[in-house]
Design a protein around this ligand. Sequence first.
Ligand code: 5GP
Length: 211
Amino acid sequence: MDRKGVLTVISGFSGAGKGTLVKKLLQDYDNFALSVSMTTRKPRPGEKDGVEYFFVDQDEFEKKIEENGLIEYARYCDHYYGTPRSYVEQQLAAGRDVILEIEIQGALQVKKKFPEALLLFVTPPSAAVLKQRLEGRGTETGDVIAKRLARAYEESEGMDAYDYIVVNDDLELCVRQLHGMIEAARSEPVRQSGFIREIREELKGFREGAE
Ligand code: 5GP
C-alpha cells in the first residue's frame, strides 16, 4: 500500500483542549509532524518563538502572504494566523503525517487546495463545559473570553464541513480515536491511487494471460 503522509487538520472551539490532545498524539505515536503556525498575536506567558508559533508583526505576515509562503491564513480575534508552506510540503513528501491545528476558515482553504486532507473537529461535550474551561484557564480577560465564545458560535455553523466530530471528554480515549481516524484515512481510495493502479495492471496481465 502507498505510504504517503496524511495531511490532518484539527480544529475546534478555543478551549476544547485541542492543544493537549495534539501534544499527547505526538507523544504516543511516531510519524507525526506538527506544523508551527505564524501569528501576529503576542506570546502568552511561557510561549516561545518557533515552538508554539512564529511570532511576527503585521508587516512580516503580509510579506509572507505576498510571497505565497502560506498554504492558508485567516484573521481570528483581531490577529492573523497562517500555515507556512515549505515545512508542510517537505514533511508530506517525506511520508510523514502532518498535523495542522488551525481554525475553520483556514481548514476550509486547506480542503480546497488538498481535497484528500482529513478534517477533524474537536469539541467539549457541551457549551457549558466550554465556558468553564475558558474561564478556568485564567490566561484570558473576561472580554477575550466573551469574544471567543461568540466566535465559537460562528464556528459551530461550519462543523458540518468536517469529516469527523470528536468529543473531548476523556483525553486518552480521544487520542486513540483521533489516531484511529488518521489510520483509517490512510486507506481511503483517494490516497491509494498508486496501489489501485498497480493492482489493476497486474490483474489485467492475468486476464490477458488467461485469454
Ligand atoms: P490561540 O491564539 O488560542 O493560540 O489560537 C487561536 C485560534 O487560531 C485557534 O483556533 C487555533 O487553532 C487557530 N490557529 C492557530 N494557528 C493557525 C493557522 O496557522 N491558521 C489558521 N487559520 N488558524 C490558526
